[in-house]
Design a protein around this ligand. Structure first.
Ligand code: NZQ
Ligand code: ZN
Length: 389
């Protein structure tokens, strides 16, 4: 452990079958006006919408809705929501959905009373909120992003082809409470389930592949990866397996609720490249990460060899005897690739709709972060993208 840090996570979690009943504990803490925010309609098909509305009615709330939050929520949708939230004089923003709905709701909470353009303030200048932050509650329906217990909010600007995440420093942006019922994730299509699983895995990798200090976080990361790999295989063969799906949901939260990044450097370049791919293709977030990961990790492997060797042995069970460090590390990545194929993840960006003429633009749209084992320049990003085609 090298770095000093502050750790504060104020989100209260309610986890397990029937956890939604706890919404009644939370609602009395807020005023009458609730804005219920959801996506393209999955919560209406699987009955979650009706359950939430019933509890809101029982608690005497006046409800305004924002429907149709799309995967990879857009800036236009954020502007639309600001007007609705202000008109409703909202006391609580209640998100019901996956990471997109949760992120969007957090972005709204810091934008509704922002006196400047929130895109410029939060996503270009990366400033912290100076206005009232509306309280957010979350009913999670998809495991992956960790948005239910962090202060991140990713917004896509379709006009400028930028998909940018701001992880706010102010913990007031984190949801006040989140309700996690793994049963809700059982209606996810296989594609979304495995995309979520890879998102979780990559969140852990982004915080693991950096630094050369002996750090508690890396041991926690390995434990989370073990649990996730096991549960992912069970769920991939039996999507209705509650035990596996509940472990996936819980791992997702711990993979990105700020715990395992404390006291160490982190990378996040797979996310930066994946988000730029997302800005150009609107592809599913976890799939964009899967499609660029192997090319990225092969490009940084020579600079972080001891960690890649450790990853191979401790996470994938590679037997190191009689092999060079490079061979061991490569075997780890090969085992990871085999697991990715087993799940049916996107293995290249071509299948996500990227064509060679887009590479320059995607590289320009990629934010370069400084703390991984090797920071690529623009040409390096283009090379990684070419190797991901
Ligand atoms: O819109 P509906 O109809 O609800 O359908 C959604 C959507 O089409 C569907 N879905 C969700 N729960 C379901 C369900 N379908 C059936 N049954 C259910 N129970 O799944 C689709 C994808 O949902 P979405 O919310 O987009 O997925 P995810 O949770 O992966 O969120 C992705 C967004 O989160 C951002 C991503 O960039 C992307 O914009 N991220 C947020 C992070 C954070 N806050 O820290 C970190 C992540 O790295 C990520 O960048
Ligand atoms: Zn992610």
């Amino acid at each position: 452990m090298l770095g000093n840090f502050t750790y504060c996570n104020p989100t209260k979690l309610y986890f397990g079958k029937g956890a939604l009943r706890n919404l009644s504990n939370e609602l009395p803490k807020y005023g009458k006006n609730v804005v219920l925010i959801y996506g393209g309609g999955s919560i209406k098909k699987n009955g979650i919408y009706d359950e939430i509305c019933k509890i809101l009615r029982e608690n005497g709330k006046t409800v305004t809705e924002i429907a149709g939050v799309m995967p990879n929520p857009t800036l236009e949708k954020l502007y639309e929501g600001i007007a609705i939230v202000r008109k409703a004089n909202a006391d609580l923003l209640l998100a019901a959905g996956g990471g997109s709905v949760c992120d969007y709701t957090k972005a709204l909470s810091v934008s509704a009373y922002c006196e400047e353009d929130p895109w410029e303030k939060y996503y270009i200048r990366f400033e912290e909120p100076t206005c009232t932050i509306l309280p957010v509650g979350c009913v999670l329906t998809m495991a992956g992003t960790g948005s239910e217990m962090n202060a991140g909010a990713v917004i896509t600007n379709r006009k400028t082809k930028q998909k940018i995440g701001h992880v706010f420093e102010d913990e007031a942006v984190m949801p006040k409470f989140s309700i996690l019922d793994p049963m809700y994730t059982l209606t996810l299509p296989h594609y979304q389930m495995v995309a979520g699983i890879y998102d979780i895995f990559n969140h852990i990798c982004e915080q693991y592949f950096s630094g050369d200090d002996d750090n508690t976080s890396d041991y926690l990361a390995e434990g989370l990866m073990h649990s996730l790999l096991h549960a992912s295989r069970v769920a991939n063969n039996d999507m209705q397996n509650y035990e596996a799906r509940s472990n996936i949901m819980w791992t997702a939260t711990w993979a990105l609720n700020t715990l395992i990044s404390r006291g160490k450097s982190t990378d996040w370049m797979v996310h930066m490249i994946g988000q730029a791919v997302g800005a150009y293709t609107n592809a599913t977030h976890g799939m964009t990460l899967a499609a660029v990961s192997l090319a990225y990790y092969r490009s940084v492997l020579p600079y972080g060899l001891p960690k890649f060797k450790r990853f191979a042995c401790n996470v994938w069970g590679v037997d190191p005897s009689g092999k060079t460090d490079e061979q061991i590390a490569e075997e780890g990545l090969a085992a990871m690739a085999a697991w990715m194929r087993e799940l049916g993840l996107a293995m290249n960006i071509t299948e996500l709709g990227v064509t060679p003429d887009m590479l320059e633009g995607i590289a320009q749209s990629t934010i370069l972060l400084p703390s991984g084992y090797h920071v690529p320049d623009r040409d390096g990003v283009i090379e990684i993208l070419k190797n991901s085609l």
